[in-house]
Design a protein around this ligand. Structure first.
Ligand SMILES: *Cc1c(COP(=O)(O)O)cnc(C)c1O
Length: 367
């Protein structure tokens, strides 16, 4: 049996009719940039996120960059960010000229440890970029309380967690401004690149809306030096189809995660995902840890099972960040996760046979 890590074709084929009709309607409208679908999607995604506004942009990285720009964060500023996130969170901070200040996660939830934030706040700290990693909400209330106390902003990187909640409130609605990604493999994935900003702050929203479109509200009248970072009509049309089904597919991912939880309990030295009491997860990733990670990945690959490492090298040890002068040992929790983590196949179109096959092979490996 072959079990791919992710089967985008199967996922998107399950919406085949609606996606084709969305394509035809867009094609036949003759209007391809910033039209009715982007408008409608922005309203629907804001309603879904329980924020006043949402704004479609070209991708998740841009959503974070534009959010930082809106907060007027730039050269000389510091932004606190998890040591174990996907590098895009760090890159957005670097791109605006600010410095990422890494803070370690908790080893059980993999999300930012609020207790470690305060000692990293300096007079230059302008914001905390909190990441809802692998599908689980971070400790957003605690992070926001610290930010408020120190009069700094919060930006959520919600690329992996559309639909997750913390204390019943949706991710992407806690920060002053938040970015998400519709990269095809995300829980809400387009058929190409896409991203969005969510906020309930009218001023921040207005800045982003003008900035994403050349700094212009009225064509050929430019108020600020903006960029071209627009979600396009076709992707917005596709995303509307998939957004209306997101809660169902997130629930399926939770069901399948439970099957793994039960099937893999007490197998070898496997550490299974832990969801904090106040958090929920949309299981963007089902991540396990083991000291025998490389061996396990190789064995599963030989059995036809795809796995991925999220992520093999933490940002502070990436060549791209050599300028910051960090070395191995500086962020031991991030390094420990990088050395032991393995993501198992998980998506809404998986069959119970596939899930059982993966569980079976993992048990065989450890027996
Ligand atoms: C995917 C991702 C991004 C970037 O999204 P793109 O659309 O690929 O630019 C940012 N942060 C995290 C945590 C991600 O997983």
């Amino acid at each position: 049996m072959k079990v791919p890590y992710l089967d985008l074709l199967k996922i998107n084929k399950s919406y085949s009719e609606e996606l084709r009709s969305a394509y035809e309607q867009t094609m036949d409208s003759g209007w391809y940039i910033l039209g009715k679908n982007v408008d409608a999607f922005e309203k629907e995604y804001a309603a879904y996120s329980q924020t006043e506004y949402s704004l479609g942009v070209a991708n998740g990285l841009d959503a974070l960059i534009i959010s930082l720009k809106a907060l007027q964060i730039g050269a000389g500023d510091e932004v606190i960010v998890p040591s174990n996130t996907y590098i895009a969170s760090w890159l957005a901070i670097s791109y605006v000229g600010a410095t990422p200040i890494p803070v370690e996660p908790r080893l059980d939830t993999y999300n930012l440890n609020p207790e470690l934030i305060v000692s990293k706040i300096t007079s230059r700290t302008k914001a905390i970029m909190v990441v809802n990693l692998y599908g689980q909400s971070a400790e957003l209330e605690e992070v926001c309380a610290i930010a408020k106390q120190h009069k700094i902003a919060v930006i959520e990187d919600n690329a992996q967690s559309q639909g997750a909640t913390y204390k019943g409130k949706l991710t992407g609605s806690w920060g002053d401004i938040n970015g998400t990604s519709f990269y095809p493999g995300k829980n809400l994935g387009a058929i190409g690149d896409g991203g969005a900003i969510t906020t309930s702050d009218a001023e921040l929203f207005k800045f982003c809306k003008v900035f994403r479109n050349y700094g212009s509200q009225v064509k050929y009248y430019n108020e600020i030096k903006g960029v071209n970072s627009r979600l396009d009509e076709l992707q917005a049309a596709f995303l509307r189809v998939k957004l209306s089904d997101l809660d169902r597919t997130n629930a399926l991912r939770n069901d399948f995660a439970k099957v793994y939880d039960e099937g893999l309990a007490n197998v070898g030295d496997l550490v299974l995902p832990k969801i904090a009491a106040d958090a929920t997860s949309v299981f963007h990733i089902y991540l396990v840890r083991t000291k025998r990670r490389d061996e396990l990945a190789k064995y599963l690959s030989e059995q036809g099972i795809g796995t991925v490492i999220h992520y093999p090298i933490p940002p502070h040890l990436q060549e791209a960040y050599s300028e910051l002068g960090y070395k191995k040992g500086d962020f031991p929790i991030a390094e420990e996760i990088a050395e032991t983590c393995l993501s198992l196949p998980l998506h809404q179109e998986m069959s119970s046979e596939e899930l059982e096959y993966v569980i079976d092979k993992i048990k065989t490996f450890f027996s």
